[in-house]
Write a protein that binds this ligand. Structure first.
Ligand code: LLP
Length: 417
């Protein structure tokens, strides 16, 4: 996170003082570094250069239009999972031939919109879905392309709610069924079956699960070859982990070193879908200390944001490093850092050694660029926090703070009340 650093005791994002932004926009807010974002993208691209992949940014990690546009301007494509993400990709004029669409539950509306857009391919997750895509493409009289998302049945050591590559999960198609589908491809004349897709999970920090999955994919591709079935694409999915706490994890270069030889053997056009590893460490979440409460047994730092803003700690017990925005010499004590929401699950850190801050001082929750703002909610009628983007000495709100008006605009009281 070198774009976030202290200068004379004050936290900066690139050339902008975080405190300046807090004064201007109020708290809490998300803050992203443009340079960090682009550097992460370029690093992955450089690491995998020998196989020249199409890198489709997984929009689910951060779907802000400015973030996605910054990346597509550098040549990234988009990995989408919903009509909303497709519409956002179209709004920033992403190249349709760089859009791939995964989701176990694509609706007719979503399929039709994607066919009309002319996306690169669907990542198909069941035979039933493939039949549906074929019949809708036929109705539209427009051929479309697909890969089959195979379930390689490998367990990635990550949080159980974000592992996806075993048969216990709802994702992908088992190899036997996939083989049958490829052999009967003429059942789907409006869908060109062009390849294989895998995605084995997220926040994966070792290379082994990928190696296992790629070996399975390779042997499957060879089986298909023997049957005279030739493919064009192999989509590796996303999943590379970032450093939240443990520094000893595989980075893009380590993944590349181990995976490139296998990808070369696979010898197809390579697509990748990284999300977190592009945007995760490019953002912080800034919030303000309200009260330091001591109940005799425990101390709590209560801040002006909650699980509705950033729910990874509540949902996954995820660790996020937290730092003061102004460096302080005050003594560190053990505390929970919590929000104002009416649930005990509303916390950012438990039993964390953290300096004793005064009311009004700011803290920054790190690694808040992926799966944070996108997962925010309006629980307890709290407006979602704004997102600010910094590039050098420039900054802009790339999403405004939600107001009370925004929160009630879709609600109405019916006449019969
Ligand atoms: N491709 C597919 C098909 C996916 O399902 C995902 C993530 C990705 C790519 C991107 O994976 P990444 O490179 O970001 O690991 N909310 C959770 C993470 C859920 C990930 C879901 N799928 C979290 O906060 O950790």
């Amino acid at each position: 996170m070198s774009e976030f650093s202290y200068k004379k005791g004050e936290l900066y994002c690139e050339s902008i003082k975080v405190k300046t932004l807090a004064d201007k926009f109020g708290t809490p807010f998300y803050l992203y570094s443009y340079n960090a974002l682009i550097n992460n993208f370029l690093k992955i691209q450089a690491a995998f250069k020998p196989v020249d992949p199409l890198i489709c940014f997984a929009m689910k990690a951060n779907d802000n239009l400015a973030v996605v546009k910054a990346l597509t301007d550098k040549g990234a494509g988009c990995d989408i999972v919903s009509l909303g993400e497709l519409q956002k990709a179209k709004k920033i004029k992403a190249d349709p031939q760089k859009i791939v669409f995964a989701s176990v539950g694509k609706t007719e509306e979503e399929i039709i919109a994607a066919i009309k857009t002319g996306i690169l391919f669907f990542n198909v997750e069941s035979e039933e879905e493939l039949l549906k895509i074929n019949s809708l493409a036929k109705k539209l009289n427009k051929k479309t392309s697909a890969t089959l998302r195979i379930n390689p049945d490998v367990a990635a050591a990550t949080h159980q709610r974000i592992t996806t590559g075993t048969l216990k999960n709802k994702f992908g198609i088992d190899l036997q069924t996939a083989h049958r589908i490829f052999k009967n491809a003429d059942k789907y004349p409006y869908v060109m079956l062009k390849g294989l897709h895998i995605h084995i999970g997220s926040q994966i920090t070792t290379t082994k699960p990928y190696v296992d999955a790629l070996k399975k994919a390779l042997s499957f591709i060879n089986t298909l070859k023997k049957d005279g079935i030739a493919l064009e694409y192999f989509d590796l999915g996303g999943g590379f982990g970032i450093i939240y706490k443990d520094k000893n994890i595989a980075g893009p270069k380590d993944f590349a070193k181990v995976l490139i030889p296998l990808l070369k053997k696979i010898d197809l056009k390579i697509v990748m879908e990284p999300g977190r590893s592009i945007c995760g460490d490019t953002g912080i979440f800034v919030t303000k200390a309200l009260y330091l409460k001591d109940n005799g047994a425990k101390r709590f730092l209560i801040v002006d944001s909650g699980m509705n803003d950033l729910m990874r700690p509540s949902l996954y017990d995820a660790y996020h490093e937290i730092i003061p925005v102004k460096q302080t010499h005050s003594r560190k004590i053990k505390m929970d850092i919590v929000g104002p929401i009416c649930e005990s699950g509303d916390f950012f850190a438990k039993d964390r050694m953290f300096p004793k801050l005064k009311e009004g001082e700011l803290i920054a929750i790190k690694n808040a660029g992926a799966y944070c703002h996108v997962m925010a909610s309006n629980y307890n009628v709290r407006g979602r926090a704004p997102e600010i983007l910094v590039k050098g000495n420039k900054y802009a709100a790339i999403k405004k703070r939600e107001t009370f008006k925004d929160l009630v605009k879709l609600e109405s009281i019916p006449d019969f009340l």
